[in-house]
Design a protein around this ligand. Structure first.
Ligand code: CA
Length: 228
């Protein structure tokens, strides 16, 4: 599944390189040049992993990490530090980061660390998402309704898990598209409608308790309806 990375790095050359290289490796990158903008995004949007430079304008990377953690976000965070100073690493890890890299680093090292962090997160964090009879084993990417296994495509699975991570909330088409695609891909919203339609039919075949509601001009919401 596509991983959405929150990237906070004020060095625009390095930021550009990271965007290019991570995008090439199938990550969706949301990048910010200062800590305040990254925090605003982090608190209001979804992401799977964060790469945060410690030396950031407006809000230092350390404060950014602390604030994200204090708000209950538990996604893996990797910090970047320009210095080899061990204090930085210790403070960063104590603030809630999971790993660190000292600049300069090789992009493959970053990609490897992110892969390890996301695997660890899949194992350590919430391993099951559920709503009513629907249950998703995140580790195995296995979906079931009651005792029946549901076979979903990668896109359908991506949509479903995003809905389950946003219980009771309307998720906009843009956000769904962001979650599924690379930035530069075709963002035709009809495509989202098609995927939603397919997911709806697969769910409806197994249960009438769960419905993906359409909220015109706003987006979609997965809801559980009690049936007698
Ligand atoms: Ca910096």
């Amino acid at each position: 599944m596509v991983q959405r990375v929150l990237l906070a790095e004020d060095d625009h050359v390095l930021r550009g390189q990271l965007i290019d290289l991570l995008t090439e490796r199938q990550f969706v990158v949301e990048s910010f040049g200062d800590g305040a903008a990254a925090l605003d995004f982090g608190l209001n949007q979804t992401f799977d992993l964060a790469v945060i430079d410690l030396g950031l304008p407006k809000l230092p990377g350390l404060e950014l990490v602390k604030t994200l953690r204090a708000s209950g976000l538990d996604q893996p965070i990797l910090i970047l530090t320009a210095r080899g100073d061990w204090h930085d690493k210790v403070e960063g890890l104590e603030a809630g980061a999971d790993d660190y890299l000292v600049k300069p680093f090789h992009i493959e090292e970053l990609v490897a660390r992110l892969g390890a962090l996301s695997r660890r997160a899949d194992g350590a964090l919430q391993t099951t998402l559920s709503l009513g009879p629907l249950s998703v084993d995140v580790k195995a990417k296995a979906v079931s309704v009651g005792k029946v296994a549901l076979s979903l495509t990668a896109y359908e699975y991506g949509l479903l898990t995003l809905f389950l991570r946003r219980p009771g909330q309307i998720v906009s088409k843009n956000e769904l598209a962001d979650h599924l695609y690379q930035e530069d891909m075709d963002r035709d919203s009809n495509v989202i409608e098609v995927f939603i339609g397919r997911l709806r039919r697969k769910l409806a075949a197994e249960t009438s308790e769960l419905q993906i509601e359409t909220h015109r001009g706003q987006g979609y919401r997965l809801m559980q309806h009690c049936v007698s």
